[in-house]
Write a protein that binds this ligand. Sequence first.
Ligand code: PGA
Length: 272
Amino acid sequence: MSIDTHQSGETHPARPRARALIAGNWKMNKLPSEAAAWLRELQAALPAGAASGGSAKAELLVLVPFTHLPGMAKLAFGTGIGVGAQDVSSHASGAYTGEVAGPMLRDAGATYVIVGHSERRAYHHEDDTLVNAKVKAATAAGLVPILCVGESRAERDAGAASTVVLAQLAGALEGLDLANPAALVVAYEPVWAIGTGLTATADDAQEMSAVIRDALRERYGAVGDEVRVLYGGSMKPSNAAELMSKPDIDGGLIGGASLAVSDLLAIAEAAA
Ligand code: PGA
């Protein structure tokens, strides 16, 4: 039995682990027509019989712009490759021009949605209260939120990484009940590592994932043990295996490297 040692010095017995989740976040890249070609290429490269869930080692998911959703969901149907969105309105319907609601995403074929990505926190001023409302809106619509948390470089340098991440987590999960561990994913994405080519060391990423794991366990008991915690921030084929070999890292949220099928597949192969 493997024992992981946490920052606090506490040890925890091995926890049950779900299959790794490899989620590509395309951000605002690719046209819908290019998306179709990407999906066909991915499908062609997957081993035969993988239709029950992408690659045998990992669950594959791609998070696309709203405009791509219906087409991608249709193409991906039956392939085992999941399709999701990058944001969701905190409202279920109504006079909110430009917003897209959870039930619309679900109806268009999405199963997952990113909530609280650092780019939305930074450029669209999303705070923990709004992120919390979006997590609840996603859940109410039957979508699995991929909740992003992570500290800035300055916060890390000030020794505040855990404090910041724990506050984001507490704010986002306030009032959220969780009976099924598959109904929530948390992505630890240090802001300074996103799109920069800089990656957290596997040990630092594990340390923060263990902090997140402890908080999930405290909030949800045994259910928190099985919630998947992903790492995101310049994950690529060359660092994926080491990151995902860590006891509390259950996959990746991959931006830049998800645009090329070969890179995403190599990362999926690296999932232990
Ligand atoms: P990156 O982005 O892999 O390009 O750093 C990750 C993310 O923002 O989810």
